[in-house]
Design a protein around this ligand. Structure first.
Ligand code: 13P
Length: 253
């Protein structure tokens, strides 16, 4: 059985103290009332990771970064390496988020370097894909997603694909309040699973967790998560409130 996961991407929000307080609150609710069948991951900003790591119980909450450097080490001012993240106790890294692709010009070459370094340093990866509005309206979304995956995570060997969680995040749904309909999400998740099956076989396809991201909140999480190929969510805005985030975690039942 593949894992159900709800991950919170805090993006560039919260001061250090606010971040610690949020993590404490999420951890408390996770221990007290979260569905034990769901893995919870939080992805605070880099500078919060060490302190947040100290206040969460790893039996209940795992730690992710939102990015890592595309180089191993050295003269790369301002960057944070995969090895540093591992040494700080980080479990996961988000790679390929559309905001990184769009605002920081991260192309597939850069993403592939990051993927390799993350795996070399024992980090699991939440890898994002998704089309923009223009591509969806031109009915190119299947093609776009296939290309995004084929040129990145599908270049891995089967054994390494074990460390990959995929997240389908339609760009038109991120931060817009416009969620994909449950039918749209299921359609793409099923398509992604069929691509994994073609590439790595049905066993791996059935084991791979595929998250939905884009204006997912307590009010719509249930309708999304009830779909057979939607294994959880990658949550932005609603992950910044502990109650909302844990309500989303509890939306499988
Ligand atoms: P929102 O939930 O704020 O739309 O963000 C989704 C997202 O980008 C998560 O990575």
């Amino acid at each position: 059985m593949r894992k159900k996961i709800v991950a919170g991407n805090w993006k560039m929000n919260k001061t250090l103290q606010e971040g610690i307080d949020l993590a404490i609150e999420i951890n408390k609710l996770a221990v007290e009332k979260a569905d034990n069948d769901v893995d919870i991951i939080i992805a605070p900003p880099f500078i919060h990771l060490t302190e947040v790591g100290k206040v969460i119980d790893r039996e209940h909450v795992s730690l992710s970064s939102q990015n890592c450097a595309s180089e191993q080490q050295g003269a790369f001012t301002g960057e944070v390496s995969a090895e540093m993240l591992w040494s700080a106790g980080v479990d996961y890294v988000i790679i390929g988020h559309s905001e990184r692709r769009a605002y920081y010009q991260e192309d597939n070459d850069i993403l592939n370097k990051k993927i390799k370094l993350a795996l070399d340093n024992n980090l699991k990866i939440i890898f994002c894909c998704g089309e923009n509005l223009e591509q969806r309206e031109a009915n190119k979304h299947f093609e776009v997603i296939k290309k995004q995956l084929t040129e990145t995570v599908f270049t891995l060997i089967k054994e390494d694909f074990d460390s990959i969680i995929l997240a389908y995040e339609p760009i038109w749904a991120i931060g817009t309040g416009k969620t994909a309909t449950p039918e749209q999400a299921q359609e793409i998740h099923k398509f992604i699973r069929s691509l994994i099956s073609e590439k790595f076989g049905n066993d791996i396809a059935q084991e791979t967790t595929i998250l939905y991201g884009g204006s997912c909140k307590p009010a719509n999480a249930k309708q999304l998560f009830v779909n057979p190929d939607v294994d959880g969510g990658l949550i932005g805005g609603a992950a910044l409130k502990a109650e909302d985030f844990i309500d989303i975690v509890n939306s499988f039942k």
